[in-house]
Design a protein around this ligand. Structure first.
Ligand SMILES: *[C@@H]1O[C@H](CO)[C@@H](O)[C@H](O)[C@H]1NC(C)=O
Ligand SMILES: *[C@@H]1O[C@H](CO)[C@@H](O)[C@H](O)[C@H]1NC(C)=O
Ligand SMILES: *[C@@H]1O[C@H](CO)[C@@H](O)[C@H](O)[C@H]1NC(C)=O
Ligand SMILES: *[C@@H]1O[C@H](CO)[C@@H](O)[C@H](O)[C@H]1NC(C)=O
Ligand SMILES: *[C@@H]1O[C@H](CO)[C@@H](O)[C@H](O)[C@H]1NC(C)=O
Ligand SMILES: *[C@@H]1O[C@H](CO)[C@@H](O)[C@H](O)[C@H]1NC(C)=O
Ligand SMILES: *[C@@H]1O[C@H](CO)[C@@H](O)[C@H](O)[C@H]1NC(C)=O
Ligand SMILES: *[C@@H]1O[C@H](CO)[C@@H](O)[C@H](O)[C@H]1NC(C)=O
Ligand SMILES: *[C@@H]1O[C@H](CO)[C@@H](O)[C@H](O)[C@H]1NC(C)=O
Ligand SMILES: *[C@@H]1O[C@H](CO)[C@@H](O)[C@H](O)[C@H]1NC(C)=O
Ligand SMILES: *[C@@H]1O[C@H](CO)[C@@H](O)[C@H](O)[C@H]1NC(C)=O
Ligand SMILES: *[C@@H]1O[C@H](CO)[C@@H](O)[C@H](O)[C@H]1NC(C)=O
Length: 826
């Protein structure tokens, strides 16, 4: 063997994994997104778990998920969290904090308040270990903290150095604090410590992080591993072993007064195990969760069980590792992992109403989740999706409306449309069942469309009178029936249009044909804000060369104006969020919303001047940084080339973004993970099948792996996508031909039966764009008719104008929505 060959062999052996050692959990890194604004929850959780244990830092802008790797210090170890959210930091209630000892044995020389104890919260990045179901780090004080979880309880293991900072033998003090990450505690929190057992119990009222109302959380904490020396409570920076119960005022000067309880131990020779469980119902219930779920404080056992649950969840997706490096695998499996952190399963923990239905929380927010996260779970975990949908419908039954965002038992803020409609439709057209009462589900979405809530900040839709009379949401609407932030007239019009389309699909499949016709009609309301002669210039005056954009319209039907580039990624000045001075588009530009007509790309394309003009506009959107892949409205635009008969360009665009914008590193995410939305984008894009959410449509691009197998947990059938001529350098990313179950297949999309029936898609790849998937009959369904296609993409590729802009939009009731099988009759 020549030395060179031996070297190559070594290189391959080290860098290319063999199929045998394949274990998906090895490729999950929960620390992806732990810095640079990813805001992920990096700690220990079960799939959809309520208990989420991690170290909380005092990062100024980024501790929404508790932990960060940005140099911020630890202020505690807590058991409730959300993941990847914006808004205020979520939860992080009742943090624990350990000291080896208090100098001179004097408890008042230990730092109690959160702000003061941060001084003892330094840690080295290198000490952090994070794997599914377990998290740990070593504080610079020498204390090692490891944590693992069950569904509603966390088990922390604190290991102490032999001596404390003062050189005296360890006599650990562990405190538990009545705060949360956002310092939102309200009046009269209570805490008690039992002198004999050390059990700490209590409750407090807190505020949700992006919504209205408040909630009460109860907790129960038990210790194991060392004899108790003494215990007590503290207020502010002073404690006493003589007092065991505390009811504490909200605050002085607006900041919650520090307060809590502590237990001291005779020795730190053995690790001290701390079991903390929570409940939204009572202290007794919190205690019984701890006792039932972690009866024997066996850390290894709890951790092994957690690992087992994650293996179970990740097992359905298996990829070929041939030629694939660890980075790519980790990117993929970590993305999948992050789709199952939120929403959280609070079944049995809902104090708001009694019901036998499941209760899920942390739909945070559906504006983010409907696009790819929940559709991803529809493939990999349909049982969970059915429970989530039952929970959404049950929320409608008892609260009156489907939520658009929900966290910590409260209503979150609505960002655009009533997008739970899209979620229900997506599951319905894909045949998700699992005990869902679809008649109630249908009533819920119809209520969104028909009844305006008094307070549409947090549910339903605003401006329904105008919507019905004018066919759009006017800028500066007159609305005396319901109240909400009166902005976003363009994005709300576009989202309401799509919501109505989703309702129409449900109606059609349920045989409610009158309703179907009605909502199909209103689903074209987006056209009422299309201003055909609108141009778009950059702020410096340079024209983009594109004509025809959505624009705001007043009640009297005259046009308003918003620069189509405002609220784009490059606009750092306009207010684009949920404020009274906000724009007519939410968190995104008119340019980008200009593609949000997921149900009628054909008509939109015709308005934009035909397929080649559509492609040039999409290219400009991406290449000029008008869109940013770090926000969810960008997701579908990566793949919308399919509708212009250019599936090759979608593939190319997916590789443009991954891995450049999604790297498997702590700072590798392009923005908030948003409860796993970014994770699902990566997972879907790399798997090669991206959903048009709300429709039974997946757009086909080559997977980033030679082969992907996806086993449906219900039917147990395995769907398989196989790339022929695969190259791991991703030069051959263009589909030349395809077969489905051995038969030539030219459509550039497939439907959900691919997964449930376990079909096999074989894609033959090449270096150049081909004619595959480019003809009208190959295109995904659209309400309007595709025009301007002649079976080649050469016109588009050559930049030849097809001159179709002037043609009238011909609309017809295609089988797409009304035929009942979700398939195009094109
Ligand atoms: C490690 O910690 C430092 C501060 O201590 C921080 O600035 C840095 O970003 C961290 N590194 C990583 C990879 O997160
Ligand atoms: C808190 O407790 C005090 C003392 O019992 C009581 O006067 C006050 O009304 C309570 N506040 C709330 C919000 O319950
Ligand atoms: C803890 O659980 C592990 C794994 O189930 C088991 O091997 C071990 O014996 C248990 N330890 C004790 C002290 O029971
Ligand atoms: C996918 O499934 C096929 C058929 O069972 C099997 O031959 C192949 O090895 C699987 N591929 C992977 C990556 O697991
Ligand atoms: C949610 O929790 C309930 C109650 O513990 C359980 O029965 C159900 O299986 C859980 N659902 C999922 C998807 O884990
Ligand atoms: C104006 O701004 C756009 C976008 O940043 C840029 O492409 C263009 O070159 C600029 N024009 C001039 C004249 O600076
Ligand atoms: C329509 O309403 C807008 C906004 O109130 C106003 O500026 C405009 O003058 C009105 N146009 C007509 C024709 O009434
Ligand atoms: C668009 O944004 C620019 C700053 O980027 C701002 O000056 C202008 O007022 C905005 N225009 C509109 C119509 O929103
Ligand atoms: C777009 O942004 C990327 C960095 O995210 C930069 O490399 C590129 O030059 C930008 N392109 C334009 C046209 O501004
Ligand atoms: C892994 O492979 C991808 C795709 O070829 C490449 O972009 C990336 O740089 C590689 N990463 C490492 C760490 O080698
Ligand atoms: C692919 O396209 C390039 C030019 O873009 C051309 O040089 C090459 O011959 C083409 N390859 C095949 C196999 O058609
Ligand atoms: C399609 O249109 C292009 C550009 O007009 C033309 O070059 C090509 O020959 C046409 N192909 C067919 C099959 O009509």
């Amino acid at each position: 063997m020549a030395p060179l060959i031996a070297l190559c062999w070594l290189f391959l052996a080290r860098h290319v994994l063999s199929q045998d050692e394949f274990n998906p959990l090895k490729h999950v890194d929960p620390l992806i997104g732990a810095s640079n604004g990813g805001n992920v929850f990096a700690g220990a959780s079960l799939p959809y778990g309520m208990a989420k244990a991690v170290a909380d830092t005092n990062s100024l802008y980024s501790n929404q998920g508790g932990f960060t790797l940005d140099g911020a210090k630890i202020t505690g170890f807590s058991t409730m969290h959300d993941s990847g959210t914006g808004g205020n930091p979520s939860l992080g209630n009742f943090a624990l904090f350990p000291y080896s000892n208090c100098p001179d044995g004097d408890i008042n020389q230990c730092a109690f308040p959160k702000k003061a104890r941060a001084e003892f919260g330094a840690f080295g990045n290198g000490s952090v270990t994070a794997k599914p179901g377990i998290f740990g780090l070593t504080l610079d004080s020498g204390i090692r903290a490891d944590m693992t979880v069950t569904q509603r309880a966390s088990l922390f293991r604190f290991s102490f150095p032999p001596v404390g900072p003062d050189g005296e033998p360890s006599q650990p003090l562990i405190l538990q604090d009545l705060t949360d990450l956002a310092d939102s505690r309200q009046d009269n929190a209570t805490v008690s410590v039992d002198a004999k057992t050390g059990r700490i119990t209590g409750n407090a009222r807190f505020l949700p992080s992006f919504g209205t109302g408040n909630f009460v959380l109860y907790f129960c904490t038990d210790f194991r591993g060392a004899d108790i020396l003494d215990s007590g409570i503290y207020v502010n920076s002073r404690g006493s072993t003589l007092v065991k119960d505390l009811t504490i005022s909200k605050s002085i000067n607006g900041y919650p007064l520090p307060g809590g309880a502590f237990v001291r131990f005779k020795s730190g020779d053995e690790p001290i195990l701390v079991r903390t469980a929570t409940s939204f119902i009572s202290v007794e219930r919190a205690c019984s969760h701890g006792e039932n779920e972690i009866p024997d404080f066996n850390f290894t056992k709890v951790y092994e069980a957690a690992t087992g649950e994650w293996e179970e969840k990740l097992r359905p997706i298996r990829v070929s590792t041939k030629g694939i490096n660890e980075s790519t695998l980790t990117n993929f499996y970590s993305g999948i992992y992050r789709t199952m952190i939120n929403p959280q399963n609070y079944t049995g923990e809902n104090p708001l109403w009694s019901s036998r239905e499941p209760y899920f929380d942390s739909f945070y927010c559906i504006w983010d989740l409907f696009r790819s996260q929940l559709p991803f779970l529809t493939i990999t975990d349909p049982v969970a999706v059915a429970e989530m949908i039952r929970s959404l419908i049950d929320t409608y039954r008892h609260v009156g409306w489907l939520p658009d965002c929900r966290m910590s038992l409260n209503k979150g803020y609505t960002q655009g449309g009533s997008n739970a409609d899209n979620v229900l439709a997506d599951a319905y057209v894909k045949g998700i069942n699992g005990g869902i009462n679809w008649e109630d589900g249908y009533a819920a979405v119809v209520k969104d469309a028909e009844v305006e809530p008094f307070d549409w900040c947090c549910e339903g839709r605003g401006g329904l009178d105008s919507w019905k009379a004018l066919g759009y949401i006017p800028v500066q609407d007159f609305d005396y029936k319901g109240f909400g932030t009166m902005t976003r007239s363009i994005s709300r019009t576009l989202e309401y249009s799509y919501n109505d389309f989703c309702i129409a699909q449900m109606a059609s499949k349920m045989g409610k044909l009158t309703d179907a016709e009605k909502y199909i009609e209103s689903s074209s309301n987006w056209q009422n804000l299309y201003k055909a002669d609108q141009t778009s210039a950059w702020w410096n005056g340079t024209d983009t060369g594109f004509v025809g954009f959505f624009e705001p319209r007043f009640l009297n039907k005259t046009w308003g104006y918003q620069n189509p580039l405002n609220c784009s990624y490059l606009d750092h000045e306009t207010a684009c969020s949920l404020t009274n001075t906000g724009s007519e588009t939410f968190e995104s530009s008119i340019w980008e919303y200009g593609f949000f007509v997921p149900h009628d790309q054909a008509t939109l394309m015709t308005l934009y001047g035909g397929p080649d003009a559509f492609v040039r506009r999409l290219d400009y959107l991406h290449d000029q940084n008008i869109t940013y892949i770090g926000n969810e409205p960008a997701f579908l635009t990566v793949f919308q080339y399919h509708y212009a008969g250019r599936p090759a360009l979608s593939a190319k665009r997916a590789h443009f973004y991954i891995p450049s914008f999604f790297r498997p590193t702590p700072d590798g995410l392009p923005g908030n993970d948003d409860s796993g939305a970014m994770g699902s984008f990566v997972a879907f894009a790399m798997m090669g099948l991206f959903p048009n959410p709300g429709q039974d449509v997946y757009l086909i691009t080559p997977p980033f792996f030679e082969e992907v197998n996806i086993t449906n947990p219900l039917t147990k059938k395995t769907a398989r996508v196989r790339n022929v001529n695969f190259d791991a350098g991703y030069e051959n990313v263009y589909i030349q031909s395809a077969t489905l179950d051995g038969v030539a297949y030219t459509r550039n999309w497939i439907d959900h039966s691919f997964f449930t029936e376990g079909k096999e898609l074989v894609l033959t790849l090449g270096r150049n764009e081909s004619l595959w998937g480019t003809r009208v009959q190959d295109l995904p369904p659209s309400l309007g008719r595709y025009v301007g296609f002649n079976g080649t993409f050469s016109a588009a590729a050559a930049g030849v104008r097809t001159g179709l802009g002037a043609r009238p939009v011909k609309r017809y009731k295609s089988e797409f929505a009304l035929g009942g099988d979700g398939r195009s009759g094109l």
